[in-house]
Write a protein that binds this ligand. Structure first.
Ligand SMILES: [Fe+2]
Ligand SMILES: [Fe+2]
Length: 480
Protein backbone atom coordinates (compact mmCIF):
# COMPACT_ATOMS: atom_id res chain seq x y z
CA UNK A 1 0.00 0.00 0.00
CA UNK A 2 1.37 3.37 -0.96
CA UNK A 3 0.89 5.83 1.87
CA UNK A 4 1.45 9.42 0.93
CA UNK A 5 1.96 12.59 2.86
CA UNK A 6 3.11 11.03 6.11
CA UNK A 7 4.32 13.62 8.59
CA UNK A 8 7.21 12.15 10.60
CA UNK A 9 8.26 15.34 12.37
CA UNK A 10 6.18 15.43 15.51
CA UNK A 11 5.70 13.02 18.38
CA UNK A 12 3.07 11.08 16.44
CA UNK A 13 3.83 10.18 12.82
CA UNK A 14 0.61 10.52 10.87
CA UNK A 15 -1.06 11.09 7.56
CA UNK A 16 -4.20 12.63 9.05
CA UNK A 17 -2.94 16.21 9.20
CA UNK A 18 -2.53 16.29 12.98
CA UNK A 19 -0.46 19.48 12.78
CA UNK A 20 -3.47 21.34 11.47
CA UNK A 21 -5.80 19.87 14.10
CA UNK A 22 -4.72 21.38 17.42
CA UNK A 23 -7.58 19.90 19.45
CA UNK A 24 -6.99 16.27 18.45
CA UNK A 25 -3.22 16.69 18.53
CA UNK A 26 -3.44 17.94 22.12
CA UNK A 27 -5.82 15.15 23.10
CA UNK A 28 -3.49 12.50 21.68
CA UNK A 29 -0.42 14.08 23.25
CA UNK A 30 -2.24 14.03 26.57
CA UNK A 31 -3.08 10.35 26.10
CA UNK A 32 0.48 9.44 25.00
CA UNK A 33 2.21 9.28 28.45
CA UNK A 34 -0.49 6.95 29.78
CA UNK A 35 0.04 4.74 26.77
CA UNK A 36 3.81 4.63 27.33
CA UNK A 37 3.21 3.79 31.00
CA UNK A 38 0.89 0.99 29.90
CA UNK A 39 3.52 -0.30 27.45
CA UNK A 40 6.17 -0.32 30.20
CA UNK A 41 3.82 -2.07 32.65
CA UNK A 42 2.13 -4.50 30.28
CA UNK A 43 4.34 -4.74 27.19
CA UNK A 44 7.02 -7.40 26.60
CA UNK A 45 8.61 -8.15 29.94
CA UNK A 46 12.39 -8.01 30.14
CA UNK A 47 13.02 -6.64 26.64
CA UNK A 48 12.09 -2.98 26.82
CA UNK A 49 15.70 -1.91 26.25
CA UNK A 50 16.55 -4.55 23.67
CA UNK A 51 17.06 -3.32 20.12
CA UNK A 52 14.67 -5.17 17.85
CA UNK A 53 14.83 -5.36 14.07
CA UNK A 54 11.34 -4.05 13.37
CA UNK A 55 9.42 -2.76 10.45
CA UNK A 56 8.75 0.73 11.60
CA UNK A 57 7.75 4.12 10.32
CA UNK A 58 11.02 5.95 10.92
CA UNK A 59 11.35 8.03 7.79
CA UNK A 60 9.75 8.81 4.50
CA UNK A 61 11.17 5.91 2.55
CA UNK A 62 10.82 5.81 -1.22
CA UNK A 63 9.81 2.14 -0.98
CA UNK A 64 6.74 2.90 1.05
CA UNK A 65 5.51 3.81 4.47
CA UNK A 66 7.87 1.71 6.50
CA UNK A 67 11.36 0.36 6.69
CA UNK A 68 13.26 -2.16 8.77
CA UNK A 69 15.63 -0.98 11.44
CA UNK A 70 16.72 -1.64 15.01
CA UNK A 71 14.53 0.14 17.53
CA UNK A 72 13.87 -0.05 21.25
CA UNK A 73 10.19 -0.88 21.54
CA UNK A 74 9.17 2.05 23.78
CA UNK A 75 10.62 4.29 21.05
CA UNK A 76 8.65 2.63 18.27
CA UNK A 77 6.85 5.21 16.13
CA UNK A 78 3.22 4.53 16.97
CA UNK A 79 1.81 6.36 14.00
CA UNK A 80 -1.72 7.11 12.90
CA UNK A 81 -1.94 5.92 9.34
CA UNK A 82 -5.03 5.72 7.19
CA UNK A 83 -5.31 4.06 3.81
CA UNK A 84 -5.72 6.60 0.98
CA UNK A 85 -9.16 8.11 0.60
CA UNK A 86 -11.18 6.66 -2.26
CA UNK A 87 -12.63 9.52 -4.31
CA UNK A 88 -16.44 9.71 -4.26
CA UNK A 89 -16.76 6.66 -2.07
CA UNK A 90 -20.37 5.62 -1.45
CA UNK A 91 -21.88 3.72 1.48
CA UNK A 92 -21.74 0.18 0.11
CA UNK A 93 -24.64 -1.53 1.94
CA UNK A 94 -27.61 -1.14 4.25
CA UNK A 95 -30.40 1.39 4.24
CA UNK A 96 -28.06 4.25 3.23
CA UNK A 97 -26.52 2.31 0.35
CA UNK A 98 -25.43 4.57 -2.50
CA UNK A 99 -25.31 7.75 -0.38
CA UNK A 100 -21.99 9.55 0.03
CA UNK A 101 -19.74 7.83 2.61
CA UNK A 102 -19.77 9.70 5.94
CA UNK A 103 -16.71 11.79 6.77
CA UNK A 104 -18.28 12.57 10.13
CA UNK A 105 -20.16 10.45 12.62
CA UNK A 106 -23.79 10.05 11.57
CA UNK A 107 -25.67 11.37 14.60
CA UNK A 108 -28.35 8.70 14.73
CA UNK A 109 -25.76 5.88 14.74
CA UNK A 110 -23.25 7.47 17.06
CA UNK A 111 -23.64 5.10 20.04
CA UNK A 112 -23.48 1.97 17.90
CA UNK A 113 -20.43 3.21 16.05
CA UNK A 114 -18.62 4.10 19.25
CA UNK A 115 -19.35 0.66 20.65
CA UNK A 116 -17.94 -1.07 17.54
CA UNK A 117 -14.75 0.99 17.75
CA UNK A 118 -14.30 0.40 21.49
CA UNK A 119 -14.77 -3.38 21.18
CA UNK A 120 -12.23 -3.56 18.35
CA UNK A 121 -9.86 -1.25 20.25
CA UNK A 122 -10.05 -3.33 23.42
CA UNK A 123 -8.71 -6.46 21.72
CA UNK A 124 -5.53 -4.75 20.55
CA UNK A 125 -3.78 -4.07 23.88
CA UNK A 126 -5.28 -7.27 25.33
CA UNK A 127 -3.15 -9.53 23.16
CA UNK A 128 0.00 -7.60 24.07
CA UNK A 129 -0.85 -8.21 27.73
CA UNK A 130 -1.49 -11.90 27.09
CA UNK A 131 1.84 -12.34 25.32
CA UNK A 132 4.06 -10.27 27.57
CA UNK A 133 5.96 -13.17 29.15
CA UNK A 134 6.78 -15.02 25.95
CA UNK A 135 10.02 -13.19 25.04
CA UNK A 136 11.83 -15.01 27.82
CA UNK A 137 11.17 -18.43 26.30
CA UNK A 138 11.53 -17.55 22.61
CA UNK A 139 12.72 -20.53 20.54
CA UNK A 140 14.92 -18.20 18.44
CA UNK A 141 15.71 -14.54 17.91
CA UNK A 142 13.76 -14.76 14.66
CA UNK A 143 10.63 -15.81 16.53
CA UNK A 144 11.21 -13.30 19.29
CA UNK A 145 11.41 -10.53 16.72
CA UNK A 146 8.16 -11.66 15.12
CA UNK A 147 6.45 -11.69 18.52
CA UNK A 148 7.59 -8.13 19.16
CA UNK A 149 6.58 -7.00 15.67
CA UNK A 150 3.08 -8.32 16.33
CA UNK A 151 3.07 -6.64 19.75
CA UNK A 152 4.09 -3.18 18.54
CA UNK A 153 1.56 -3.35 15.73
CA UNK A 154 -1.24 -4.31 18.13
CA UNK A 155 -0.13 -1.27 20.11
CA UNK A 156 -0.45 0.83 16.97
CA UNK A 157 -3.89 -0.63 16.33
CA UNK A 158 -4.91 0.68 19.73
CA UNK A 159 -3.64 4.09 18.59
CA UNK A 160 -5.70 3.74 15.44
CA UNK A 161 -8.92 3.20 17.40
CA UNK A 162 -8.05 5.86 19.97
CA UNK A 163 -7.53 8.37 17.17
CA UNK A 164 -11.09 7.75 15.97
CA UNK A 165 -12.44 8.10 19.50
CA UNK A 166 -10.52 11.32 20.16
CA UNK A 167 -11.23 12.87 16.81
CA UNK A 168 -14.91 12.03 16.37
CA UNK A 169 -16.46 11.34 19.78
CA UNK A 170 -15.52 14.32 21.97
CA UNK A 171 -15.63 13.90 25.74
CA UNK A 172 -17.04 10.37 25.78
CA UNK A 173 -14.42 9.35 23.22
CA UNK A 174 -11.69 10.64 25.54
CA UNK A 175 -13.19 8.68 28.41
CA UNK A 176 -13.26 5.48 26.35
CA UNK A 177 -9.63 6.08 25.33
CA UNK A 178 -8.64 6.22 29.00
CA UNK A 179 -10.56 3.05 29.80
CA UNK A 180 -8.80 1.20 27.00
CA UNK A 181 -5.60 1.74 29.00
CA UNK A 182 -7.23 0.80 32.31
CA UNK A 183 -8.67 -2.65 31.56
CA UNK A 184 -6.32 -5.64 31.86
CA UNK A 185 -6.44 -9.05 30.26
CA UNK A 186 -7.52 -11.67 32.80
CA UNK A 187 -8.08 -9.17 35.61
CA UNK A 188 -11.06 -10.32 37.70
CA UNK A 189 -12.19 -6.72 38.38
CA UNK A 190 -11.36 -4.92 35.14
CA UNK A 191 -11.08 -7.61 32.45
CA UNK A 192 -10.88 -7.03 28.72
CA UNK A 193 -14.26 -7.05 27.01
CA UNK A 194 -14.13 -10.38 25.14
CA UNK A 195 -13.54 -13.88 26.54
CA UNK A 196 -10.65 -15.10 24.37
CA UNK A 197 -8.70 -11.96 25.27
CA UNK A 198 -8.77 -12.86 28.95
CA UNK A 199 -7.27 -16.32 28.46
CA UNK A 200 -3.61 -17.02 29.09
CA UNK A 201 -1.04 -17.45 26.35
CA UNK A 202 1.34 -19.57 28.43
CA UNK A 203 3.65 -20.98 25.76
CA UNK A 204 4.74 -20.58 22.16
CA UNK A 205 2.42 -23.24 20.80
CA UNK A 206 -0.41 -21.15 22.24
CA UNK A 207 1.08 -18.00 20.75
CA UNK A 208 1.16 -19.43 17.24
CA UNK A 209 -2.35 -20.85 17.65
CA UNK A 210 -3.50 -17.45 18.91
CA UNK A 211 -2.04 -15.60 15.93
CA UNK A 212 -3.49 -18.19 13.55
CA UNK A 213 -6.99 -18.44 15.03
CA UNK A 214 -7.63 -15.36 17.18
CA UNK A 215 -5.79 -12.75 15.11
CA UNK A 216 -7.75 -14.17 12.19
CA UNK A 217 -10.98 -13.30 13.97
CA UNK A 218 -9.49 -9.81 14.26
CA UNK A 219 -8.77 -9.83 10.57
CA UNK A 220 -12.37 -10.79 9.75
CA UNK A 221 -13.75 -8.05 12.02
CA UNK A 222 -11.44 -5.53 10.35
CA UNK A 223 -12.57 -6.75 6.93
CA UNK A 224 -16.19 -6.16 7.95
CA UNK A 225 -15.38 -2.71 9.38
CA UNK A 226 -13.25 -1.81 6.34
CA UNK A 227 -16.54 -1.85 4.41
CA UNK A 228 -18.07 0.71 6.78
CA UNK A 229 -19.95 3.72 5.48
CA UNK A 230 -18.08 5.75 8.11
CA UNK A 231 -15.09 6.49 5.91
CA UNK A 232 -12.41 7.18 8.57
CA UNK A 233 -13.12 3.77 10.12
CA UNK A 234 -12.94 2.11 6.73
CA UNK A 235 -9.61 3.75 5.91
CA UNK A 236 -8.13 2.91 9.33
CA UNK A 237 -9.13 -0.73 9.04
CA UNK A 238 -7.84 -1.04 5.50
CA UNK A 239 -4.41 0.05 6.70
CA UNK A 240 -4.52 -2.23 9.76
CA UNK A 241 -5.24 -5.19 7.48
CA UNK A 242 -1.87 -4.74 5.79
CA UNK A 243 -0.22 -5.28 9.19
CA UNK A 244 -2.58 -8.08 10.16
CA UNK A 245 -1.35 -10.11 7.17
CA UNK A 246 2.00 -10.50 8.94
CA UNK A 247 0.25 -11.79 12.08
CA UNK A 248 -1.49 -14.48 10.00
CA UNK A 249 1.90 -15.38 8.54
CA UNK A 250 3.48 -15.72 11.98
CA UNK A 251 0.72 -18.08 13.16
CA UNK A 252 0.49 -20.25 10.10
CA UNK A 253 4.22 -20.67 9.54
CA UNK A 254 4.82 -21.07 13.28
CA UNK A 255 2.51 -24.08 13.53
CA UNK A 256 3.75 -25.34 10.16
CA UNK A 257 7.35 -25.30 11.42
CA UNK A 258 6.38 -27.13 14.62
CA UNK A 259 4.53 -29.79 12.61
CA UNK A 260 7.49 -30.13 10.25
CA UNK A 261 9.98 -30.56 13.07
CA UNK A 262 7.82 -33.19 14.78
CA UNK A 263 7.44 -35.18 11.57
CA UNK A 264 11.15 -34.90 10.82
CA UNK A 265 12.08 -36.18 14.29
CA UNK A 266 9.55 -39.03 14.03
CA UNK A 267 10.96 -40.07 10.68
CA UNK A 268 14.54 -39.95 11.93
CA UNK A 269 13.59 -42.10 14.93
CA UNK A 270 11.53 -44.53 12.84
CA UNK A 271 8.25 -43.73 14.66
CA UNK A 272 5.27 -44.17 12.36
CA UNK A 273 2.44 -43.96 14.91
CA UNK A 274 1.63 -40.33 15.72
CA UNK A 275 -0.42 -41.54 18.70
CA UNK A 276 2.62 -43.05 20.40
CA UNK A 277 2.93 -39.77 22.25
CA UNK A 278 5.41 -40.99 24.87
CA UNK A 279 7.89 -42.05 22.20
CA UNK A 280 7.42 -38.79 20.26
CA UNK A 281 7.80 -36.65 23.36
CA UNK A 282 11.04 -38.40 24.25
CA UNK A 283 12.44 -36.85 21.06
CA UNK A 284 11.87 -33.40 22.54
CA UNK A 285 9.22 -32.41 20.02
CA UNK A 286 5.47 -31.79 20.35
CA UNK A 287 3.35 -34.79 19.40
CA UNK A 288 0.67 -34.18 16.77
CA UNK A 289 -2.30 -35.09 19.04
CA UNK A 290 -1.27 -32.33 21.46
CA UNK A 291 -1.06 -29.86 18.57
CA UNK A 292 -4.59 -30.95 17.65
CA UNK A 293 -5.83 -30.31 21.20
CA UNK A 294 -4.33 -26.82 21.23
CA UNK A 295 -6.00 -26.13 17.90
CA UNK A 296 -9.31 -27.33 19.37
CA UNK A 297 -8.94 -24.91 22.26
CA UNK A 298 -8.00 -21.84 20.26
CA UNK A 299 -10.49 -22.46 17.46
CA UNK A 300 -13.39 -22.82 19.90
CA UNK A 301 -12.38 -19.71 21.88
CA UNK A 302 -12.09 -17.75 18.64
CA UNK A 303 -15.51 -18.85 17.36
CA UNK A 304 -17.02 -17.28 20.47
CA UNK A 305 -15.63 -13.91 19.35
CA UNK A 306 -18.15 -13.81 16.51
CA UNK A 307 -20.99 -13.56 19.03
CA UNK A 308 -24.42 -15.13 18.77
CA UNK A 309 -25.34 -16.82 15.51
CA UNK A 310 -28.59 -14.88 15.49
CA UNK A 311 -27.95 -11.25 16.39
CA UNK A 312 -30.01 -8.08 16.24
CA UNK A 313 -26.89 -6.01 16.95
CA UNK A 314 -25.24 -7.36 13.82
CA UNK A 315 -28.43 -6.74 11.85
CA UNK A 316 -28.64 -3.16 13.11
CA UNK A 317 -24.98 -2.42 12.36
CA UNK A 318 -25.39 -3.68 8.79
CA UNK A 319 -28.73 -1.97 8.25
CA UNK A 320 -27.18 1.30 9.45
CA UNK A 321 -24.23 0.96 7.05
CA UNK A 322 -21.62 0.66 9.81
CA UNK A 323 -20.35 -2.93 9.56
CA UNK A 324 -20.51 -4.95 6.36
CA UNK A 325 -19.76 -8.47 5.26
CA UNK A 326 -16.42 -10.00 4.30
CA UNK A 327 -15.66 -8.65 0.81
CA UNK A 328 -19.01 -6.85 0.65
CA UNK A 329 -17.80 -5.05 -2.47
CA UNK A 330 -17.31 -8.38 -4.26
CA UNK A 331 -20.69 -9.89 -3.37
CA UNK A 332 -23.34 -9.88 -6.07
CA UNK A 333 -26.65 -9.14 -4.35
CA UNK A 334 -28.72 -6.12 -3.32
CA UNK A 335 -26.49 -5.34 -0.25
CA UNK A 336 -29.64 -4.62 1.75
CA UNK A 337 -30.61 -8.22 2.62
CA UNK A 338 -34.09 -7.18 3.74
CA UNK A 339 -35.74 -10.22 2.17
CA UNK A 340 -32.85 -12.72 1.97
CA UNK A 341 -32.23 -15.73 4.15
CA UNK A 342 -29.10 -17.54 5.32
CA UNK A 343 -28.66 -21.11 6.62
CA UNK A 344 -27.65 -21.44 10.28
CA UNK A 345 -27.01 -24.63 12.24
CA UNK A 346 -29.12 -24.38 15.37
CA UNK A 347 -29.95 -26.47 18.38
CA UNK A 348 -33.61 -27.45 18.41
CA UNK A 349 -34.84 -29.84 21.12
CA UNK A 350 -31.28 -30.98 21.70
CA UNK A 351 -30.68 -31.74 18.02
CA UNK A 352 -28.64 -29.87 15.42
CA UNK A 353 -30.73 -28.67 12.53
CA UNK A 354 -29.95 -26.30 9.69
CA UNK A 355 -32.51 -23.50 9.51
CA UNK A 356 -32.93 -20.68 7.05
CA UNK A 357 -33.13 -17.46 9.02
CA UNK A 358 -33.38 -13.83 7.88
CA UNK A 359 -29.99 -12.93 6.39
CA UNK A 360 -29.77 -9.69 8.36
CA UNK A 361 -29.89 -11.47 11.69
CA UNK A 362 -27.40 -14.14 10.55
CA UNK A 363 -24.53 -11.78 9.73
CA UNK A 364 -22.30 -12.96 12.59
CA UNK A 365 -22.80 -16.47 11.32
CA UNK A 366 -21.94 -15.52 7.79
CA UNK A 367 -18.71 -13.81 8.85
CA UNK A 368 -17.90 -16.84 10.98
CA UNK A 369 -18.49 -19.19 8.04
CA UNK A 370 -16.02 -17.15 5.97
CA UNK A 371 -13.60 -17.38 8.89
CA UNK A 372 -13.98 -21.15 9.24
CA UNK A 373 -13.29 -21.60 5.52
CA UNK A 374 -10.01 -19.68 5.87
CA UNK A 375 -9.02 -21.65 8.98
CA UNK A 376 -9.72 -24.91 7.14
CA UNK A 377 -7.49 -23.85 4.25
CA UNK A 378 -4.63 -23.20 6.67
CA UNK A 379 -5.13 -26.55 8.40
CA UNK A 380 -5.02 -28.17 4.96
CA UNK A 381 -1.62 -26.61 4.35
CA UNK A 382 -0.34 -28.02 7.68
CA UNK A 383 -1.60 -31.45 6.64
CA UNK A 384 0.35 -31.30 3.41
CA UNK A 385 3.50 -31.07 5.54
CA UNK A 386 2.45 -34.22 7.42
CA UNK A 387 1.66 -35.93 4.11
CA UNK A 388 5.16 -35.28 2.83
CA UNK A 389 6.44 -37.49 5.64
CA UNK A 390 3.76 -40.12 4.89
CA UNK A 391 2.61 -40.10 8.50
CA UNK A 392 -1.01 -41.28 8.72
CA UNK A 393 -2.41 -38.35 10.70
CA UNK A 394 -4.47 -35.31 9.77
CA UNK A 395 -5.17 -32.21 11.82
CA UNK A 396 -8.75 -31.01 11.64
CA UNK A 397 -10.97 -28.25 12.90
CA UNK A 398 -13.29 -29.35 15.70
CA UNK A 399 -17.04 -29.11 15.19
CA UNK A 400 -18.51 -25.65 15.82
CA UNK A 401 -20.59 -27.10 18.68
CA UNK A 402 -17.42 -28.09 20.54
CA UNK A 403 -16.45 -26.23 23.74
CA UNK A 404 -18.54 -23.13 23.22
CA UNK A 405 -19.31 -20.39 25.75
CA UNK A 406 -21.42 -18.21 23.46
CA UNK A 407 -24.27 -18.88 21.06
CA UNK A 408 -26.44 -21.86 20.13
CA UNK A 409 -24.16 -24.51 21.57
CA UNK A 410 -23.10 -22.82 24.80
CA UNK A 411 -25.61 -24.79 26.82
CA UNK A 412 -24.57 -28.24 25.65
CA UNK A 413 -21.45 -30.35 25.73
CA UNK A 414 -20.13 -31.91 22.56
CA UNK A 415 -17.01 -33.82 21.57
CA UNK A 416 -14.67 -32.52 18.87
CA UNK A 417 -16.74 -34.33 16.24
CA UNK A 418 -19.94 -32.58 17.36
CA UNK A 419 -21.52 -35.56 19.14
CA UNK A 420 -23.49 -34.54 22.21
CA UNK A 421 -22.09 -35.60 25.57
CA UNK A 422 -23.67 -35.58 29.01
CA UNK A 423 -22.04 -33.28 31.55
CA UNK A 424 -20.51 -36.35 33.24
CA UNK A 425 -19.12 -37.71 29.98
CA UNK A 426 -17.64 -34.33 29.18
CA UNK A 427 -15.89 -34.16 32.55
CA UNK A 428 -14.57 -37.67 32.10
CA UNK A 429 -13.40 -37.21 28.52
CA UNK A 430 -12.48 -33.55 28.08
CA UNK A 431 -8.74 -34.29 28.29
CA UNK A 432 -9.13 -36.20 25.02
CA UNK A 433 -10.09 -32.96 23.27
CA UNK A 434 -8.45 -30.12 25.17
CA UNK A 435 -4.89 -29.76 26.50
CA UNK A 436 -4.69 -31.50 29.88
CA UNK A 437 -2.60 -30.40 32.83
CA UNK A 438 0.03 -32.97 31.87
CA UNK A 439 0.05 -31.80 28.24
CA UNK A 440 0.67 -28.28 29.46
CA UNK A 441 3.42 -29.49 31.81
CA UNK A 442 5.09 -31.30 28.93
CA UNK A 443 5.01 -28.24 26.67
CA UNK A 444 6.38 -26.20 29.54
CA UNK A 445 9.46 -28.46 29.69
CA UNK A 446 10.25 -27.51 26.08
CA UNK A 447 9.97 -23.76 26.59
CA UNK A 448 13.66 -23.06 27.00
CA UNK A 449 15.07 -19.93 25.41
CA UNK A 450 17.33 -20.17 22.38
CA UNK A 451 18.89 -16.73 21.95
CA UNK A 452 21.91 -17.62 19.83
CA UNK A 453 21.64 -16.04 16.35
CA UNK A 454 20.72 -18.65 13.76
CA UNK A 455 19.87 -21.34 16.33
CA UNK A 456 16.39 -22.76 16.94
CA UNK A 457 14.88 -24.74 19.79
CA UNK A 458 14.69 -28.45 19.03
CA UNK A 459 10.88 -28.50 18.74
CA UNK A 460 10.57 -26.03 15.84
CA UNK A 461 12.07 -26.01 12.34
CA UNK A 462 13.84 -22.89 11.04
CA UNK A 463 11.87 -20.71 8.62
CA UNK A 464 12.42 -21.03 4.88
CA UNK A 465 13.52 -17.39 4.55
CA UNK A 466 14.45 -14.66 6.98
CA UNK A 467 12.58 -11.45 7.66
CA UNK A 468 13.57 -8.72 5.16
CA UNK A 469 15.57 -11.46 3.38
CA UNK A 470 18.16 -11.52 6.14
CA UNK A 471 20.51 -14.52 6.32
CA UNK A 472 19.83 -17.37 8.77
CA UNK A 473 22.24 -16.18 11.47
CA UNK A 474 21.02 -12.57 11.49
CA UNK A 475 20.78 -11.05 14.97
CA UNK A 476 17.12 -9.99 14.97
CA UNK A 477 17.22 -8.86 18.58
CA UNK A 478 20.22 -7.25 20.26
CA UNK A 479 19.83 -7.68 24.00
CA UNK A 480 20.41 -4.66 26.22
FE1 LIG B 1 -4.66 -5.81 15.70
FE1 LIG C 1 -3.16 -8.91 14.95
Amino acid sequence: MNIENVDYDGLIPNNVGLNGDARVKAALETWHPGYIDWWHDMGPEGFQQARVYLRTAVSVDPKGWAKFDYVRMPEYKWGILLAPQVADRKIPFGVHKGEKAWQDVPGEHRAMLRRLIVIQGDTEPASVEQQRHLGKTAPSLYDMRNLFQVNVEEGRHLWAMVYLLQKYFGADGREEAEELLARRSGDPDTPRMLGAFNEETPDWLSFFMFTFFTDRDGKMQLEALAQSGFDPLSRTCRFMLTEEAHHMFVGETGIGRIVERTCEAMEAAGIADAHDTDAVRRLGVIDLPTIQKKANLHFSLSLDLFGNEISTNAANAFHAGLKGRFREDKIDDDHALESDSYPVVRLVDGKMVEQDVPALSALNMRLRDDYVAQCAAGVGRWNRIIDKFAIPFALELPHVAFHRQIGEFSKVKADAGGNMLSAEEWERRKDEFLPSASDRDFIETLMNPQFEPGKFANWIAPPKVGIDNKPGDFEYVKMA
